[in-house]
Design a protein around this ligand. Structure first.
Ligand code: SAM
Length: 197
């Protein structure tokens, strides 16, 4: 059953949803946060009942909150390295009372990936190689970190069992191990859905 405290209209337009956040976070939305329509579509694909889905680099929580609202039987977790973004995700989640949504503050390299079944990835490391896409200056960025994080996620995905689902948004295919089969490709080929064989 959908959360009765919430109006589904909140998830119809990005501007309505983004109003939940302070202005400087709203201004970053177009470039850095998943649009609600994409989050809903990605969530529909990843929401296997009772599974745990991880958003790798969850920002202010837009993907997890949207997907979690429409799929109360699936747990959506996000890990975010920036404390400020993590805090806004937690505040918004608390306002909405979504018990199936969780956020962790930390670096994804510290995470136990065996605790998660399926994954969402919005090209989270790009700011390490493209200075114009920097979110802020609260963390260090470098080419070396881009490689390190990309290799980490690649290896983690490689170790996952068959039937593992993955959605990538604006992410290069080179970051996906060959065992993952592309099963859907939309929004001008920037939204991709994969299943491990
Ligand atoms: C493009 S944003 C996407 C945010 C969110 N997934 C969404 O779709 O709205 C990528 C986020 O990943 C975070 N991130 C990048 N590298 C990370 C790492 N190594 N550990 C945790 N978070 C990371 C960034 O701080 C940023 O907030």
């Amino acid at each position: 059953m959908l959360n009765e405290l919430l109006n589904p209209a909140l998830f119809r337009h990005d501007t309505t949803f983004d109003d939940l956040y302070p202005e400087h976070i709203q201004e970053m939305s177009q470039m850095h946060w998943t649009p609600v329509g994409i989050a809903k579509k990605a969530g529909d694909f990843l929401a296997i009942p009772h599974a745990r889905v991880l958003d790798i680099g969850s920002g202010v929580g837009k993907f997890c909150i949207t997907a979690g609202f429409f799929h109360p039987e699936t747990t959506f977790c996000g890990i975010e390295q920036r404390e400020e973004l993590y805090t806004f995700a937690e505040i918004t989640k608390a306002e909405m009372e979504l018990p199936n949504v969780r956020f962790i503050h930390g670096n994804l390299t510290e995470l136990e990936f065996k605790d998660y079944d399926h994954f969402y990835f919005y090209n989270s490391f790009y700011e390490n190689i493209e200075p114009d896409s920097r979110i802020d200056y609260s963390i260090r960025t470098s080419f070396e970190l881009y490689d390190r994080y990309s290799r980490f996620v690649y290896q983690m995905l490689e170790e996952k069992p068959p039937e593992t689902r993955l959605v990538t948004f604006h992410a290069p295919d080179a970051q996906i191990p060959p065992g993952y089969q592309l099963v859907n490709n939309s929004y001008n080929r920037v939204l991709k859905m994969w299943i491990k064989q």
